[in-house]
Write a protein that binds this ligand. Structure first.
Ligand code: 6PG
Length: 246
């Protein structure tokens, strides 16, 4: 599949999340039709919460038993912590749908040893995708957000994980948080069949323009997400796209 980049701009945030839900379900249907299952890595932060809630309300009776949910990154906190991406997804989606518990792959971020948590999660991915060392999983869809500094997942500028080329999941020390984050690496992101960035609101407009039209040296982490054999889709609302030269 040749690599493509598409930018979709929706008028409002509500329109954006509806379109994102349709894209999610559309990719899921195609993957289930072709392979009998859909593998997706969810993003954290605040932006996707509205998407997860919409999937729960509008697609509650979807074939969730054919869907396998992973997390592209996680904060180094227990699943009950307010900072936990798992907790956000659990409250906005998982508790409102019927999905087999074994279809949800949570990062074991309660482990005080962040590196051990990352290794554990990598082992889960290798088991699920039946891949050996040196091989990489191909997700049907990876959801990503855009941070104010151009980070995505938990791949922050000037952080150690940016140079990782063989691991699938690492514990990334983020100096500004004085904490580790557990995150997928670029090799995993760039082997996905589709990567969907979701950005909403005026406070994202400068960074959206910088990432999509700007030149940064070194490139911003979000600029390094270029699926080698897949689709890159940026879904934006008008406010987030306001500074793009279209
Ligand atoms: C996280 C995310 C992170 C997020 C961006 C945007 O764990 O925080 O994975 O990469 O997508 O920081 O966050 P907002 O959606 O809250 O702006």
């Amino acid at each position: 599949m040749p690599s493509t980049r598409a930018i979709e701009v929706l008028a409002t945030a509500a329109d954006l999340f509806h379109a994102a839900a349709e894209e999610f379900v559309g990719v899921a249907r195609a993957a289930i039709g072709a392979q009998g299952r859909f593998t997706v890595a969810l993003s954290g932060g605040s932006t996707p919460k509205a998407l997860y809630s919409l999937l729960a309300t509008n697609y509650a009776d979807f074939v969730w038993n054919r869907i396998f949910l992973f997390f592209g990154d996680e904060r180094h906190v227990p699943p009950t912590d307010p900072e936990s991406n798992y907790r956000m997804v659990n409250e906005s989606l998982l508790t409102k749908i019927t999905i087999p518990a074994e279809n949800v792959f949570r990062v074991p971020a309660e482990n005080p040893d962040a590196s051990a948590a990352a290794s554990d999660y990598e082992a889960q991915l290798r088991r699920f995708f039946e891949i050996k060392s040196g091989e990489f999983p191909r997700f049907d869809l990876i959801l990503l957000g855009l941070g104010p500094d151009g980070h995505t997942a938990s791949l922050f500028p000037d952080s150690p994980a940016l140079t990782e080329e063989s691991r699938l999941v690492v514990a990334n020390w983020v100096a500004k948080f004085n904490a580790h984050r557990i995150t997928f690496t670029f090799p995993v992101l760039n082997r996905a069949a589709e990567v969907m960035f979701l950005a909403s609101g005026a406070d994202k407009a400068d960074m959206v323009r910088q990432v999509l039209e700007g030149k940064s040296t070194p490139p911003l982490p979000s600029q390094r997400v270029q699926p080698s054999d897949g689709k890159l889709l940026w879904m934006l609302d008008e406010a987030a796209a306001a500074k793009l030269t279209r």
